[in-house]
Design a protein around this ligand. Structure first.
Ligand code: C2E
Ligand code: MG
Ligand code: MG
Ligand code: MG
Length: 290
């Protein structure tokens, strides 16, 4: 159980061995096996409503429980999956794992699970159909799922991407724009995307309590998002000071180490139960401390 902890046994590729090429090949081969077998996991990270401290969402983040190298993070896993042409199969698998997990709490607590999409998914005109079938298999309604995508994901074929997103939303699945504030994050993009939620990247939110300019950018982005009917999730919230400031600036929801680290599914279920019985630090909930 110890090795499943976040940050333990993280594989760091060695850039000087000169074996990067064959390492990569081996990783890709092993990934194929992992996808067929039972080595992929999702870790779950809760999202907290900044007004009342309720848990209103949870993001599923892929992990590879490698038989010899320990727990591999997406930064290593995703490039290998992309090169091996396995990104779509990986998402399919993550979606299955995330929905299987959500089915364990949905009856008690209607908290939706968020899954990250990659470019290959968003050009799949049948995505909404596949997602509906997966939800059905797990006995979940469409509101149980939020799909996140980053701006780059749509670059290849924006037109088709918008069609796929619109189909998803019509089916009742929520859509979310991830990592907003990195890359170009143009306003035109916000205007055109059929989305329900905007996630502000950590690079935008980290300094809000110390830097008035960062605060001004967050405040106006929140106002813009709200005017467009999007709810706002702040990502990478690591401190109470940040959480309090983000609440004051109008952010709706916070996600980050200050609330909880991503954790294995069983740990999350225990954490959720503990948060119900008031065991979560109330100091994190700004309105209770002010
Ligand atoms: P993301 O979707 O923006 O996910 C948030 C990332 O920030 C996660 O990294 C999470 O562990 C990390 N994080 C959460 N709270 C904090 C905090 O307070 N401080 C800091 N510094 N970091 C925090 P992770 O799990 O390594 O994932 C990295 C990225 O990999 C994700 O960014 C997402 O773009 C991608 N990813 C993860 N799982 C999947 C997946 O199943 N499919 C696809 N296509 N991409 C995935
Ligand atoms: Mg995400
Ligand atoms: Mg993000
Ligand atoms: Mg990110």
């Amino acid at each position: 159980a110890k090795r499943a902890r976040e940050g333990v046994h993280v594989y760091v590729p060695d850039p000087v061995t000169g074996t990067a090429g064959s390492d990569r090949l081996r990783t890709m081969e092993e990934l194929r096996t992992a996808l067929d077998g039972d080595e992929l996991r999702v870790f779950l990270q809760p999202q907290m409503d900044l007004r009342d401290g309720r848990i209103v969402g949870v993001e599923a983040l892929v992990r590879w429980d490698h038989p010899t190298r320990g727990l591999l993070l997406p930064g290593h896993l995703l490039p290998a999956a992309e090169q091996a042409g396995l990104l779509r199969s990986l998402t399919d698998r993550v979606l299955e794992l995330a929905l299987a997990a959500a089915a364990r709490w949905w009856r008690d607590r209607s908290v939706p699970v968020s899954v990250n999409l990659s470019a290959g998914n968003v050009t799949d005109l049948d995505l909404a159909g596949k997602v509906a079938a997966a939800l059905h298999r797990h006995g979940l309604p469409p509101q149980a799922l939020t799909l996140e995508l980053v701006e780059d994901t749509l670059m290849g074929d924006p037109e088709r991407g918008r069609t796929v997103l619109a189909d998803l939303r019509r089916s009742g699945v929520r859509t979310s724009i991830d990592d907003y504030g990195t890359g170009y994050s143009s306003l035109a993009y916000l205007r055109q995307l059929p989305a329900d939620e905007l996630k502000l990247d950590r690079s935008l939110t980290a300094d809000v309590d110390r830097d008035p300019r960062a605060a001004a950018i967050v405040q106006s982005t929140v106002a813009l998002a709200h005017a467009l009917g999007l709810s706002v999730v702040a990502e990478g919230v690591e401190t109470l000071a940040t959480s309090t400031t983000l609440a004051r600036l109008g952010c709706d929801v916070a996600q980050g180490y200050a609330i909880a680290r991503p954790m294995p599914v069983d740990d999350f279920l225990r954490w959720l139960a503990a948060s119900d019985s008031g065991l979560i630090d109330e100091a994190l909930i700004p309105h209770l401390t002010q």
